[in-house]
Design a binder for this molecule. Structure first.
Ligand code: MEV
Length: 300
């Protein structure tokens, strides 16, 4: 039996969302993690991370995902093995941590004859996100569990986002590993050292996310471009960008992208570009050293 979960991109508001500002994230249904479950002895094989995890190791987030799902389904005893595969690289800002846990939970649910609701999955995967990230806002596990575009404010009821007119996003992978946990800790330190300065940046990011929401729900998504550039400028000020990201962002813009920014925790990982015409942007990204490009139509 095989279950899966999608990847995600944060269009606006990564980092500021940790501090209560609104953010917008969309699923990338074409990029997925798979969890294959079969009779076994309680092992999780995770080739993307090069790990074999014993489900008795409850501190491991993947083992924890399986246990949480077993407990919710009222199933005792891990009489199965799980094999992970898929196309969302770890440490890339595309939500691989949330996706692997949600895929495992769905697989365990199938094994136990129980289909979890998105709400149940989001609740359980928030627990595993804490192990991955330390201080997660909850946006990654929410968008991955619901597989719907979301307008997300930490601690508030989830609001699904209506996409007025579909738009094209090109995703470029720097191939550089970015640790969300480290980046979130770095921003936390800045906020402690200079609260006035960095709270103002967070507030500004929140305003951008609110303006973006209106545009996304309207019918002129091209207007999102300048907002992406503005958001990226603020992410630079937080020190979460990276030269590999800047190189791809510049290449995308030169090739006609309407706006571009990093997506997710930063420090490497993926960038996104809004494009009228995806092909020249994809070519420019590959030319500038992107390890992989992927184009997704948001709202289709
Ligand atoms: C990571 O995808 C997004 C961050 O805002 C962290 C979080 O919201 O938990 C950087």
């Amino acid at each position: 039996m095989k279950a899966s979960a999608c990847g995600k991109i944060i269009l606006f508001g990564e980092h500021s969302v940790v501090y209560g500002q609104p953010a917008i994230a969309v699923p990338v249904s074409g990029l997925r993690i798979y969890a294959n479950i079969s009779k076994g002895k309680g092992k999780i094989y995770d080739p993307p991370m090069g790990e074999v995890i014993d489900m008795a190791d409850r501190k491991n987030p993947l083992a924890m995902a399986a246990w949480l799902a077993m407990e919710k389904a009222g199933k005792a005893g891990a009489d199965f093995d799980i094999r992970i595969s898929g196309d969302i690289p770890p440490y890339s800002g595309l939500g691989s941590g949330a996706a692997v846990c949600v895929a495992i939970m769905r697989a365990v649910g199938m094994w136990a004859g129980r289909e979890f609701s998105p709400e149940e999955l989001a609740g359980m995967s928030y627990e595993t996100e804490k192990v991955f990230h330390g201080n997660p806002s909850g946006i990654d596990n929410t968008v991955v569990s619901y597989e719907e575009p979301v307008y997300f404010v930490r601690g508030k009821p989830i609001e699904m986002l209506r996409i007025g007119k579909p738009f094209t996003i090109v995703i470029g992978d720097t191939g550089v590993k970015g640790s969300t946990k480290e980046m979130v800790a770095h921003v936390g330190k800045l906020l402690k050292e200079s609260p006035d300065k960095y709270n103002a940046i967070m507030g500004h990011m929140g305003e951008i996310a609110n303006s973006a929401r209106e545009i996304i729900e309207g019918d002129s998504p091209a207007k999102l471009g300048p907002l992406m550039d503005e958001n990226q400028e603020l992410l630079r000020e937080l020190g979460v960008s990276h030269k590999s990201l800047e190189r791809l962002i510049a290449a995308a813009k030169q090739a006609g992208a309407l706006g571009a920014k990093l997506a997710g925790g930063g420090g490497g990982g993926n960038m996104i570009a809004l494009a009228n015409d995806a092909m020249p942007v994809e070519a420019a990204l590959l030319n500038a050293g992107a390890k992989r490009v992927f184009t997704t139509m948001v709202g289709k």
